[in-house]
Design a protein around this ligand. Sequence first.
Ligand code: SAH
Length: 333
Amino acid sequence: MLSDKELLHFISTENREETEGLFKSAQKVREEHFGKTVYFRGLIEFTNYCKNDCYYCGIRRSNTRLKRYRLSREQILECCRNGKRLGLRTFVLQGGEDSWFTDERLCKIVRAVRAEFPDHAITLSIGERSRKSYEALFKAGVNRYLLRHESADDKHYRAMHPPEMKLPARKECLFALKEIGFETGAGFMTGSPFQTPQSLLADLRFLAELEPRMVGIGPFIPAANTPFENHPPGDAGLTLRILALTRLLLPRVLLPATTALGTLTKDGREQALAAGANVLMPNLTPQNVRKLYSIYDNKISNNDAAESVRYLVKKIKELGYIPDCLDPADFIA
Ligand code: SAH
């Protein structure tokens, strides 16, 4: 068991031997539990409307410069069909907190996806909702839910969110999701403004307490037209160390090599896989709205879905990993 002192040491160390040792241990633990398999999840960013005003996020409600979009049920189903053709078996529907998507409307969409794709997993990532809402969505066929806790350090959480957003409320959602039976994901950004080693320690300790099935960790990247637009981005090395520590604390966790890390550093996602990550999330969002889901600047978004799945599969095979998705080469002439 890693002590607080050891965790703080690894959070901060830049010593090459130490960090390489850390990444090796994390990779070993990953391999013990998952072998060389890398899991693919198809991401569908289905709305950029948001009623929240997080200081870091490019789709916050106060960003009036952003053109807003919302996909229809048929467009969402079309993304899923495309994902299935590419061999993906999980659809992650992510969006801002968009009040247009009432329980009734969302459940209708979920039931349609569930009916057409009975063997696929459906993941939602649409923020805080009531327990009743989560229950209805679970009943409609959602299997998993991603809700990053963003920061387990109350002071830091308050420095990144307007006063109406509260850490205890977010935590309560996470525990409710778990209780209802979702495979639940938490997570946070690294290198966000006002984050300290102590806040990262609190994040790791919170993860160990919650024991989520999934943990999303990526660097903060400034987004234009937000209060944090002039803050520096997070650091790739720190992100990799935190990923590795998360793998050591939660050996069986599903841990994405995030697009944010790939955006920050070329080969960032590959480095993450070598530091204990085991999930990739290619984007299935239609090309014409992709640029509008601008939670941060310069997000990788130029490839279409087929191209990016094919690229990622080829890349990780070259590195000796086994993609869990069916080989898209078998599907696309
Ligand atoms: N509305 C949903 C989805 C939010 S977007 C929710 O509340 O869960 C998914 C994640 O992107 C967020 O949880 C946040 O951690 C991350 N994110 C937002 N702005 C970012 C930025 N500027 N840099 C890096 N990651 C960011």
